[in-house]
Design a binder for this molecule. Structure first.
Ligand code: B16
Ligand code: MG
Length: 223
């Protein structure tokens, strides 16, 4: 692991780190899954975090043994239906939806001259940032449409560091999903996980929740 002194930038996941859109993703996917006759379970819910929209649909169909039941066009229509429901939900978001401590953390990073980029798999990331009034904190956003592979592939975190003109060793990636931690580690950045110890066992540094994520606590954990 890099030392804290080497760190010059932070590459952030969005859903589950900056705000809890996972609730809205879950609601919209669950609605679609149940309509398709796919039984919902916690493993499926957790597995959907961090992966792309089409990968999410594929996982739901596979869980229900329905992976061969739909044509490509039908799958695109189903994913679009989910996204329409999801977008209706996120339009209700306000700065009150920013997770605890995140605004202070971003201010601290900015004051101390750390560079910041966004590595969200979500094509709705810029809309969510706008709703939260955080757009100005993220001058660099990886466009998920340009990726050849989603998380756990390192590509999105590699691009997040490149946008900042930093080497991977100079970056910390922050994630709530297992697939995201794998992506950060494979990109050779330092991984900070937010959430369950078992799910995020591969994280270099882990906090139970966003309120605990401060520069001082990260420095303490990294040494
Ligand atoms: P969209 P993150 C991810 O965002 C979500 O965790 C994941 O559940 C979602 O399927 C994915 O974005 C794509 O989102 O359908 O809005 O393009 O965690 O990488 O910020
Ligand atoms: Mg996430």
């Amino acid at each position: 692991m890099a030392t804290f002194k080497q760190i010059k930038g932070f590459v952030f996941d969005l859903d589950g780190v900056i705000t809890d859109t996972s609730l809205y993703h879950t609601k919209a996917w669950r609605q679609l899954a149940e309509k398709l006759g796919v039984a919902w379970n916690k493993d499926l819910e957790e597995g959907l975090k961090g992966i792309s929209r089409m990968d999410s649909l594929e996982l739901i169909l596979k869980t229900g043994g329905k992976e061969n039941d739909y044509s490509h066009d039908e799958k695109v229509a189903l994913a679009t239906e989910k996204n329409t429901n999801y977008v209706n939900e996120i339009k209700k978001m306000t700065p009150a939806n920013i997770l605890p401590g995140i605004k202070d953390f971003l201010d601290d990073l900015r004051d101390k001259g750390y560079l910041i980029s966004l590595a969200s798999a979500s094509k709705n990331g810029p809309t969510v940032l706008k709703q939260l009034q955080l757009t100005d904190y993220f001058p660099k956003v990886v466009d998920p449409a340009t990726l050849s592979k989603g998380k756990p592939d390192p590509e999105i975190y590699t691009k997040g560091a490149e946008l900042l003109d930093l080497a991977p060793e100079e970056c910390i990636g922050v994630e709530d999903a297992e697939a995201g931690i794998q992506a950060i580690n494979a990109a050779h950045e330092t991984s900070v996980g937010i959430g369950d110890a078992k799910t995020l066992a591969a994280a270099d540094v882990r906090f139970d929740d966003t309120a605990q994520m401060t520069l001082a606590n990260i420095e303490k954990a990294m040494g």
